[in-house]
Write a protein that binds this ligand. Structure first.
Ligand SMILES: [Ca+2]
Ligand SMILES: [Ca+2]
Length: 158
């Protein structure tokens, strides 16, 4: 970087401004991760490093974002069209950690505004599936400690 600061300043400013609009505290992750507009919202899709649901939750928060909350079939459809890896799960913020079978959004603590399950799901396999991922365009309850790709959504709201 020595001698070429201007090369880096413009994209850093743009990304920092984008991140600042969702949260005041911006750390290094915020300016290294790009959020993409898909439909009406901005998402960051992690499909290189798989993480547990809990770690993914923290990773999104460190970006000033949250695990994605889906509100409609269109949001699910638009988002899924951008997921490049098939036959793998991507964590979203839906979970039934508090009460079995009651799927809430972590972000709002309210019942998930939209659910669309794969056939046979949610099955709470081995009584330990309490976190939800998108798997080939549909939702599945899964073991929160399993490592999956994940989707962050910018902003405090859903
Ligand atoms: Ca469960
Ligand atoms: Ca399941």
């Amino acid at each position: 970087m020595l001698g070429t600061p201007m090369t880096f300043s413009w994209p850093l400013i743009v990304l920092t401004l984008a991140a600042s609009s969702v949260e005041h505290s911006v750390d290094a992750l915020s300016i290294t991760k790009a959020f993409t507009k898909i439909g009406e919202r901005f998402y960051y899709i992690e499909e290189q490093e798989q993480q547990s649901w809990y770690t993914a939750l923290s990773s999104c928060r460190r970006m000033g974002a949250h695990l994605a909350t889906l509100k409609s079939e269109k949001e699910l459809y638009d988002l899924d069209a951008e997921l490049r890896i098939r036959n793998q799960g991507y964590w979203i913020d839906v979970n039934d950690l508090d009460r079995e079978g009651q799927f809430v959004s972590w972000t709002t603590s309210s019942p998930s505004p939209y659910l669309k399950w794969k056939a046979g799901e949610p099955n709470n396999l081995y009584n330990k599936e309490h976190c939800v991922d998108i798997w080939d365009g549909l939702m599945n309850d899964d073991d929160c400690s399993d490592k999956r790709y994940f989707i962050c959504q910018a902003g405090d709201g859903i």
